[in-house]
Design a protein around this ligand. Structure first.
Ligand SMILES: Nc1ncnc2c1ncn2[C@@H]1O[C@H](COP(=O)(O)OP(=O)(O)OP(=O)(O)O)[C@@H](O)[C@H]1O
Length: 274
């Protein structure tokens, strides 16, 4: 049996009700995320990235197509799929420890074990000394660490990240990216990461998908085999070349057609990946 976390998005369409009838937020889209992979999704504002994440999370029902996790259709929110958004969504009335314990409730653990596991999760993100603090007593980066601890403590097979570090300053953001990679490597969840930051995608992901302007189609994907931790200047500038290409596609100049960089694997949109 294959590892858990195999996510297959097959030909899904997302529509919203508009004043003059249905409006397409996402045209038919197919995507396969292999167990334990780390995929980034980049695209212009309004192209449908969050709608896709919300459909995978089970918060909205696609007008057509199917989403399967390990072969089972996703029909609603599930503890198997964790989420981290830009806004931390911590319970303000719980301490850091209480927030992580809340995520563990579904396991029905004895109290002492629940507390021990929550403490271990907080220690993993460097917040062992802050477990008694409430969210409002924590910095933005610390709150997002609690969100990471809480999500991974729940042992999700899939983790959906919607611009989780967008509100953080550059230095904190870099630290959080490294932390995310460390925790992901230990827990081996399948990650789908939405970001507007091309550099962030290139530093973190195994694969980067690029969407067109809304309603967005998958127009290219880039397989990144560079070992982590990465820097954009390593590997003879291969990542910088991909960066240039993605930026050219996101912000096309009238006369400049993007050229393909050597060594980049790009495939057609709407095709399942092996
Ligand atoms: N609840 C809704 N009702 C109606 N239209 C919606 C709703 N949510 C999103 N849309 C529309 O669907 C399209 C895709 O929106 P979505 O939020 O998925 O884009 P996005 O790529 O995540 O954008 P951003 O990068 O700005 O967050 C947009 O045209 C948006 O206006």
């Amino acid at each position: 049996m294959s590892a858990p976390g195999d996510l297959r998005i097959e030909d899904i369409t997302i529509l919203f009700r508009g004043r003059q009838g249905p409006v397409t937020a996402l045209p038919p889209t197919t995507l396969h995320l292999a167990p334990g992979s780390f995929t980034a999704l980049i695209g212009p504002s309004g192209c449908g990235k969050s709608s896709l994440l919300n459909a995978i999370a089970g918060f909205l029902v696609p007008a057509s197509g199917t989403i399967r996790l390990d072969g089972a259709p996703v029909t609603g929110p599930s503890a198997r799929i964790g989420l981290i958004f830009q806004h931390y969504a911590l319970f303000p009335w719980f301490t850091a420890l209480g927030n992580v314990r809340f995520a563990l409730r579904r396991f029905g653990l004895p109290r002492t074990e629940e507390i021990a596991r929550a403490r271990a999760a907080l220690a993993e993100v460097g917040l062992g000394a802050h477990e008694r603090k409430f969210p409002q007593q924590l910095s933005g980066g610390m709150r997002q660490r609690v969100a990471i601890a809480r999500t991974f403590a729940g042992a999700p097979q899939v983790l959906l990240l919607d611009e989780p570090f967008a509100a953080l300053d550059a230095q904190t953001r870099r630290g959080m990216q490294e932390l995310m990679l460390e925790v992901w490597a230990r827990h081996s969840a399948t990650v789908l990461f939405v970001t507007h930051d091309v550099d962030e995608a290139l530093l973190l992901a195994d694969r980067v998908y690029l969407m067109s302007a809304g309603p967005g189609r998958l127009i290219a994907d880039y397989v990144l085999a560079q070992p982590r931790p990465r820097s954009l200047t390593q590997d003879g500038g291969a990542l910088l070349a991909i960066r240039e290409e993605i930026l050219a596609r996101l912000h096309p100049q009238p006369s400049a057609a993007p050229s393909r960089s050597p060594g980049i694997v790009a495939t057609c949109p709407e095709r399942s990946q092996p």
